[in-house]
Design a protein around this ligand. Structure first.
Ligand SMILES: [Zn+2]
Length: 155
């Protein structure tokens, strides 16, 4: 499997499901918004600990993994995870999680650097932990100016 680096610490496959990445590797880069890749990297730089999106590729083993987190980035229309038509389906969202850090720690880190994330184009975050205690960020459009990140919850 070809791994394509798209930022200092992230590979393209980390933002896609296994099936989609393996079948459309060369086109996948067109499906994910660069703003969420930049946001993932910013969080990684802030916390200085491993941050994951999808983990179907085992970094340590250098092979496909049984850990099947695979819909934390782009979601194809066939995906039944999450809100239908949500930001993930447009490639504008990412769910960040860490094997070491809690949701609360990631959320607090986000809010401590709120303006930096907004400067990258992030507009929203989910104010409750998602699957794997992940922190959802997205860059959905807003019609009005905003001066802080929009917090939302689907719970
Ligand atoms: Zn999400």
């Amino acid at each position: 499997m070809v791994r394509v680096k798209i930022s200092k610490n992230f590979y393209l496959d980390e933002f896609f499901s296994k099936e989609l990445y393996l079948s459309e590797t060369n086109r996948c880069v067109n499906y994910i918004d660069s703003r969420v890749v930049a946001a993932a990297q910013l969080m990684r730089d802030i916390v200085r600990e491993p941050i994951f999106v999808n983990t179907w590729y085992d970094v340590n083993q250098g092979s496909l993994s049984n850990c099947r987190v695979e819909f934390g980035g782009f979601r194809p229309l066939s995906c039944k995870v999450g809100v239908v038509g949500g930001q993930h389906y447009w490639g504008r969202a990412v769910d960040l999680w860490s094997p070491i850090l809690s949701y609360n720690f990631l959320r607090d880190s986000l809010l401590e650097h709120e303006q930096d994330f907004m400067n990258l184009g992030i507009t929203s975050y989910e104010s409750a932990p998602g699957t794997h205690c992940s922190l959802h960020l997205d860059c959905r459009a807003y019609l009005n100016q905003y001066d802080k990140l929009i917090a939302f919850s689907i719970i």
